[in-house]
Design a binder for this molecule. Structure first.
Ligand SMILES: [Zn+2]
Length: 237
């Protein structure tokens, strides 16, 4: 038994060294605030390696009832109560369940994932904007879907169906709608949907109106409900 003592002492010394601030091999740990030298930021990687390969999205249509949103309803607007996107639907309550949702332009699917009760099925699509536009790209979040018909990594065309309107797997019962956000950064994740700060977000209808391209000849026709009209329509509020 006595012959084990040196090993036990070494073990105790090693654990103490770890505790004291050395790494497993005895080197001093680097500062936890050290600037990473090898980490690749997703936004940087996207701009360097993916964005140049994307089609230029120079025409945009509505995500419901394209091309111009005739028959679509904005049931809750951007920024009201800190809303980070817009809620769109086509009928009261859950009557809009299954309504097709379309890509607003030619783009690339970054994420297509089921976030279950929090957000339902969510699709993120990146769009490369024409030269001399700022920002040079946007990422659009299409959330609370009932079904998805695209997968991460694939290219999509403007007007291609990507899924159907849902109620976030029942999180918003009898409130089926599409919550969608337009972001000037990629990889922000689903987020909270509501926030006092709206950095990196843009008003979806305003963005559409400004980026219609040749579709300007198709004036946007989605109906924006007044607060008095919202009763019974789907929102995530
Ligand atoms: Zn919403």
């Amino acid at each position: 038994m006595a012959s084990r003592a040196p090993y036990l002492l070494a073990l105790v010394a090693w654990v103490a060294a770890l505790w004291w601030g050395l790494d497993w091999a005895g080197r001093a740990r680097s500062s936890p605030l050290a600037v990473p030298t090898t980490h690749v930021d997703w936004g940087d990687f996207f701009q360097a390696n993916i964005l140049p390969s994307l089609p230029v999205a120079d025409e945009f249509d509505t995500p419901l009832r394209p091309p111009n949103g005739a028959g679509a309803v904005v049931s809750f607007p951007y920024l009201e109560e800190g809303h980070l996107g817009e809620d769109w639907t086509t009928a009261k309550g859950d009557a809009a369940l299954g309504e097709p949702v379309y890509s607003v332009a030619d783009g690339w699917v970054a994420v297509a994932q089921d976030f279950e009760n929090a957000w339902g099925k969510v699709v993120f699509i990146c769009y490369r904007l024409p030269e001399k536009r700022y920002p040079p790209f946007v990422e659009v979040m299409y959330s609370q879907l009932q079904t998805m018909s695209v997968t991460a990594g694939q290219f999509v065309k403007r007007g291609q169906q990507i899924g159907t309107v849902g109620n976030a797997n029942g999180t918003y019962p009898n409130k089926a709608h599409l919550h969608w956000e337009v972001r000037s950064m990629v990889g922000l994740g689903v987020g909270a949907g509501f926030d006092a700060r709206h950095d990196n977000r843009m008003g979806p209808s305003e963005f559409l109106a400004a980026h219609r391209g040749d579709r300007f000849k198709e004036p946007l026709q989605q109906k924006v409900l007044t607060p008095a009209e919202r009763e019974g329509w789907g929102t995530d509020y």
